[in-house]
Design a protein around this ligand. Structure first.
Ligand code: SF4
Ligand code: SF4
Length: 347
């Protein structure tokens, strides 16, 4: 028989650090997505508006859903936080993108849990999602007691912090659900105060169009000139509002080899990345979690970060053309490189 306890035991055996269960029912936070979209905070992420109906409730994608099994996987590594890096020549890349592609790794593990559930009860219907599906996964994870959604809009577990990949199994069996996670932010405002772009119009609400993660990952065209200096050394994403969170101070480090930082993205210098060929960058992206950018956008971001850097080796590298770098011929990239060179020469 399929029980909540058995699902959690199996999830632990497969390697998940956290597992909770929420009922697939009306949850008060779910309708806010519509308001957030209406306020224009999604910017160019039109796919969110196009799938808003499906995202409103898991029962829109699986009408038989009665339970949501919310899974958390710690990915923290022992490398310093970006706020601790004093070398302006270092490329700042979001922590989650350093290891293997979590969509693939967690897809395999989450499907393994689902397959086991079906083996226990072949009559159930299930769906598996890892990040890219039309599921408001943080809402369900909070309802499942995996943590709470902090003022920085991240899911925080009081023991493990917020360096967590989330995945979920929708299930037609009405499993016993857990008590929701309790908000432990209290009067803290560290994340709101630390955001370099003031991307939180109010606690717990992110205007994505102001966020460095959006500007470096989701923006397909030019990065607006007025935002380029704010990027500082950020090449892909931003972790600042998580790094300052007290629940991530001393957060445990994952022992899972899947999240070990890989060569090209392990504390690389901007100049080192810049000198790599397009083929090298393409291969590094393909084997990691940077599924939302191509080489063109990575070069664009690198150029802006190098323009902001001020490090000696960066200025020299920017004047050189890397071997086999056709991406530099793209007008989008060429314009950002010209901007960066002008900025470096002025300083
Ligand atoms: S990721 Fe960075 S830019 Fe985005 S909200 Fe957090 S601190 Fe601000
Ligand atoms: S920094 Fe403070 S306010 Fe922000 S999420 Fe962490 S505990 Fe909550």
């Amino acid at each position: 028989m399929l029980t909540s306890d058995a699902v959690k035991t199996r999830a632990r055996e497969i390697g998940f650090d956290l597992c909770g269960i929420a009922a697939a029912e009306d949850h008060a936070q779910l309708p806010f997505l519509r308001e957030w979209l209406d306020r224009g905070y999604a910017g160019e992420m039109g796919y969110l508006a196009r799938t808003a109906e499906r995202r409103a409730d898991v029962r829109a994608v699986m009408p038989s859903a009665r339970s949501v099994i919310a899974l958390g996987t710690l990915y923290n590594s022992d490398r310093p936080y970006s706020t601790e890096v004093s070398d302006s020549g270092e490329a700042l890349i979001s922590r989650y993108a350093w290891g293997e592609d979590y969509h693939r790794v967690l897809g395999v593990r989450t499907e393994a849990l689902r397959d086991w559930m079906v083996s226990m009860d072949p009559s159930i219907e299930t769906r598996v999602y890892v990040d890219t599906g039309p599921v408001q996964e943080k809402v369900y994870a909070e309802r499942a007691g995996v943590g709470w959604i902090g003022k920085n809009t991240c899911l925080i577990n009081p023991r493990l912090g917020s360096w967590l990949f989330l995945s979920e199994v929708l299930c037609s069996a009405p499993l016993d659900s857990d008590a929701p996670g309790l908000d432990q932010c209290g009067s803290c405002t560290l994340c709101l105060d630390a955001c370099p772009t003031e991307a939180f119009p109010e606690p717990g609400v992110l205007d994505a169009t102001r966020c460095l993660s959006y500007l470096t990952i989701e923006t397909k065209g030019a990065i607006p000139a007025e935002n380029r200096a704010e990027l500082e050394g950020h090449v892909y994403g931003c972790d600042v509002c998580q790094e300052v969170c007290p629940f991530n101070s001393g957060a445990p480090v994952s022992q899972d080899p899947a999240w070990e930082p890989r060569g090209l993205f392990d504390r690389s210098r901007l100049a080192t990345l810049w000198r790599r060929s397009d083929a090298d960058l393409r291969a590094a992206i393909r084997h990691g979690a940077m599924s939302r950018v191509r080489v063109k956008r990575l070069r664009r971001n690198l150029a802006v970060a190098m323009g902001n850097s001020g490090a000696d080796d960066v200025a020299a590298a920017l004047e050189q053309e890397p071997p086999d770098a056709d991406s530099l011929r793209e007008p989008l990239v060429a314009e950002h490189v010209a901007w960066a060179r002008r900025r470096v020469r002025r300083t």
